[in-house]
Design a protein around this ligand. Structure first.
Ligand code: BGC
Length: 564
């Protein structure tokens, strides 16, 4: 594999609205992010991914973009972003932006002009399709529930297509002029010093333009999830992205990470690796195990370590011969991993350290999500009024429509809501945990006054300081290459409470072992070893045996010449 500038790096994702507010309006902003750059740098991360910061009416917290070349005034200005890029660069950090190219906001100029009529030059940039007898063109269901079709105001039987909220009309990627505009946009941002992009919802661009619909799925209302259509047409996606790559980020050497939900395994070789469409793709296998073929949060199981482990092991092995994947524990669309994947007695700092260990040494480009490095757990929401997220609100309605009481529906959100990841980052024990001097846009975590950055800075044994050690080890000398692109060999999966794997490359070899059971365990190693890092004191290696206490993880170097 060709060695690109971003290989071997660890990335950090921030949700700018919830990271740090500098002006007291209760919403995190770019100046707050600039202020906290020393903190970000102290983690050892070298790529900083920002969730959308563009002009947006806010139907889906910034994912509905009305101008891709302007910054949302709540978040800052272009000058702020330029400063962030420059200051981050001084600290060896590259900024990547969230690029949402499969839909725009309905407030975007192009959509407004497309609405002007059939002859408008922008009409074909979107999908306007006739229904029949008061019914929409097909039975596909939006990712957020309800039909993917919205009636065009003032026109009989005419609809436009949207896969998320009705304020997010889908773009027609089969239009060549539109694709040219996208390349121009990407190049414009690269010229400004942006190092790359997270490309949003990449599997959604493919469409069957005859809009035939699909057989009804398990929701039982005659509709079918739009994701099923994506899966059917997925093979069309690579050529569309190859063209974008050729005209924009490819020749510029930019880093791209794709949000590729529902990615078919057999297409992976076209998405990653030197010749692939992107530098890497997020690994959502564990998430997909939760969501797959289930009609909504109310039917989702809670996560388990086994689900996390099996998903990652599958993707690690699949991608190893092809390129690099981007492992995650959590992101802005998922609940906190410590609450979600661990059992009740483990949803604490000790559990967070153990989980962080088995995550950090996976092959590829790991992304840490803000607050993960503090071991944040889910926030407790006391009422539906405390929830902001559009998807969570839909899921609440969905649950009550399927017979759950309001209390039960709220309990479901307390497990699955995306808002768990979006509550403001707690910085210290001052009012509003130092996030803002105003009124925070979303409630703070119930333990924010004790579970915060300042408290953990003081404590050498904190999750925060442990994460720093994890990142430092990942980047230490030849280990960097070993952990990024070396071999991945799964250990035994016989015990659902164990995650054990081996990494080998660049003359190094390590075994990563997580014991998530409630008892001390003894593990046979592949050779004699020594502990490089462990999440609990109760860990020792004698010859080829590792003894590890409950809810603990260790990274063991297998000494050269002593492996079998
Ligand atoms: C983003 C979500 C967002 C969705 C629709 C996704 O790819 O990660 O946060 O809700 O796009 O806008």
């Amino acid at each position: 594999m060709h060695k690109a500038w971003w290989q071997g790096k660890v990335a950090y994702q921030i949700y700018p609205r919830s990271f740090k507010d500098s002006n007291g309006d209760g919403i995190g902003d770019l100046r707050g992010t600039i202020e906290k750059l020393p903190y970000i740098a102290s983690l050892g991360v070298e790529i900083l991914y920002l969730n959308p910061i563009f002009a947006s009416p806010g139907a889906d917290n910034g994912y509905d973009i009305s101008d891709y070349r302007k910054i949302n005034p709540q978040v800052g200005t272009l000058a702020d972003l330029d400063e962030l890029i420059a200051r981050a660069k001084e600290r060896g950090i590259s900024i990547i932006l969230d690029m949402v190219l499969s839909y725009t906001s309905c407030e975007h100029e192009l959509f407004k002009r497309a609405l002007l009529g059939r002859k408008a030059p922008e009409r074909d940039f979107y999908y306007f399709v006739r229904g029949s007898n008061g019914r929409p063109p097909d039975n596909l269901r939006s990712f957020f529930g309800g039909s993917v079709w919205e009636r065009v105001p003032g026109e009989e039987d005419l609809y436009y297509l949207h896969y998320f909220t009705k304020e997010q009309p889908e773009l027609n990627w089969y239009n060549e002029r539109l694709r040219e505009r996208m390349s121009d946009l990407i190049n414009w941002w690269l010229d400004r010093g942006i190092a790359g992009f997270r490309l949003d919802a990449i599997m959604n661009v493919v469409k069957d333009r005859t809009f035939p619909g699909l057989p009804p799925d398990e929701l039982g209302d005659g509709s079918c999830a739009a994701a099923r259509m994506n899966a059917k047409l997925a093979a069309q996606a690579p050529s569309l992205y190859q063209e974008l790559k050729k005209h924009s980020y490819g020749p510029r050497g930019a880093f791209t990470v794709a949000e590729a939900f529902g990615l078919n395994d057999n297409l992976l070789d076209q998405f990653i690796g030197d010749e692939g469409c992107f530098s890497t793709v997020f690994d959502f296998t564990a998430r997909e195990t939760i969501e797959k073929n289930r009609p909504g949060y109310y039917a989702y199981p809670k996560g388990t370590l086994k689900i996390y482990r099996d998903g990652n092991f599958h993707m690690q092995q699949l991608t190893s011969p092809l390129g690099l994947v981007a492992p995650i524990l959590e992101n802005h669309d998922e609940p906190r991993a410590v609450s979600f994947y661990l059992e009740e007695g483990q949803q604490n700092a000790q559990g967070a350290r153990a989980l962080g260990t088995v995550f950090m040494f996976l092959r590829g480009i790991p992304f840490i999500y803000q607050g993960q490095e503090l071991g944040l757990t889910n926030t407790h929401f006391d009422s539906i009024e405390e929830i902001d997220d559009v998807q969570s609100k839909n899921e609440y309605r969905n649950a009550t429509a399927h017979g759950f009481t309001k209390e039960q529906a709220l309990a479901i959100l307390n497990v699955h809501s995306r808002d768990h990841a979006r509550t403001p980052l707690p910085w210290d024990d001052s009012p509003h945990a130092g996030f803002t001097t105003g009124r925070p846009w979303l409630k703070l975590h119930q333990d924010a006054l004790s579970l915060n950055v300042a408290a953990q800075e003081q404590d050498p044994g904190s999750v925060l300081n442990y994460y720093r050690a994890l990142v430092a080890l990942r980047k230490r000398g030849a280990w960097q290459e070993c952990f990024c692109s070396g071999d991945f060999i799964p250990g035994s999966t016989a015990d659902d409470h164990v995650m054990h794997y081996l990494r080998k490359g660049a003359g190094k070899c390590a075994e990563i072992v997580g014991n998530f059971s409630t008892k001390e365990r003894v593990f046979e190693l592949s050779g004699e070893g020594r502990i490089l890092l462990c999440s609990i004191p109760e860990a020792r290696v004698e010859g080829r045996r590792l003894t590890l206490g409950a809810t603990g993880a260790a990274v063991v170097e297998i000494l050269p010449g002593r492996s079998s």
